[in-house]
Each structure stands twice: as structure tokens, then as C-alpha cells.
Design a protein around this ligand. Sequence first.
Ligand SMILES: NC(=O)N[C@H]1NC(=O)NC1=O
Length: 174
Amino acid sequence: MDISVVNALPYEDFVNIFGNVVEKCPLITAAVWTRRPFTSLNALEAAINEFIDALPESGKEGILRCHPDLAGKHLHSGALTRESQEEQTRVGMDALSSAEASQMARLNAEYKGRFGFPFVICARMNDKVTILRELSERCRNERAAERARGIAEVKKICRLRLQGLTLSDATNKL
Ligand SMILES: NC(=O)N[C@H]1NC(=O)NC1=O
């Protein structure tokens, strides 16, 4: 997909197409539309990252709170966004053994109880073993370090979602 096509999109289309590159945060996409023209997709990604970095810590925590739990109740009820459903399924979060599922539920609850936001990790850059290990280790971090780490993972998820969109039929037909 040519960046000139992206730059020509009215904001309604821009938000429809790119609105979930940060999970359930279309406001970010709507805000960066004003930064057009982008010289490349990397420049669009950079504008999103700058917007996130400029938020107060409460805003960054808000972004984390928009993320569903990994292997949580929404995965099983089919209530996730399409992107999240794909990412979680691809890494086998829907097919955990009962021991893995209960370990994940226990650690997710412990993490949320400690920090007040959910554990976020870029599922597509991990597998279920590394996700469980990271979840267990990151429960021991300080809150500020975890906020920063979670946001770094949000940016990785965003990058992969942007790349996926530029290759997808939806955007190639624009
Ligand atoms: N909680 C969490 O990390 N959620 C996610 N990670 C990811 O790659 N997709 C998600 O929905």
C-alpha cells in the first residue's frame, strides 16, 4: 500500500482502517491523522509512538487497561477484537492445558492486583512458555518499570498490526 493513499484518506476511513492498531484506542489514530502527510508507514508508527510517549502516566496506564487478559474470559466467549483474537489464538492461548490455564489465571489476577492494570505482552513475538515465564517474572517488578514495559509491548503489537494492515486485502483495494 502506497503511503500517498494513506495520506489521502478522510479521517473516517483512516480511523476505520487503523483505529485498532493500539487495542481499543481509536482516539490515538484519530489524533495522529492531523500529522499527515506521513513520509512512510514508519513515520505513521513514529507519530503514534510520540503521542503515547507524551501522555501522562495515567494515560499510559489507561492504554494498558484497554487490553484484554491473555487467555481470559473474553477469549473463550469470543468477545475480543478481531486482532486480539488472532494474536491470542495463533500463540495457543485458546488451547492451554488446564494446569497452564489455571496458572495463567492466577498470575494474571496477581499482576492486576499488584499494578492496577493488566499484563501486556506482544503475543506474536512469544510462545506460551515465554509468556508464562514473563508473566511470572514481571509480577515481581516495580510499578513504574512495568508501566514502561507494558507500553513497550503495546508499541510492538502496534507495529505488527500496522504491517499486517498494509499487506491486507482491505488496504490494497484502497
Ligand atoms: N494482555 C495482552 O497482552 N493482550 C494482547 N497481547 C497481544 O499480542 N494481543 C493482545 O490482545
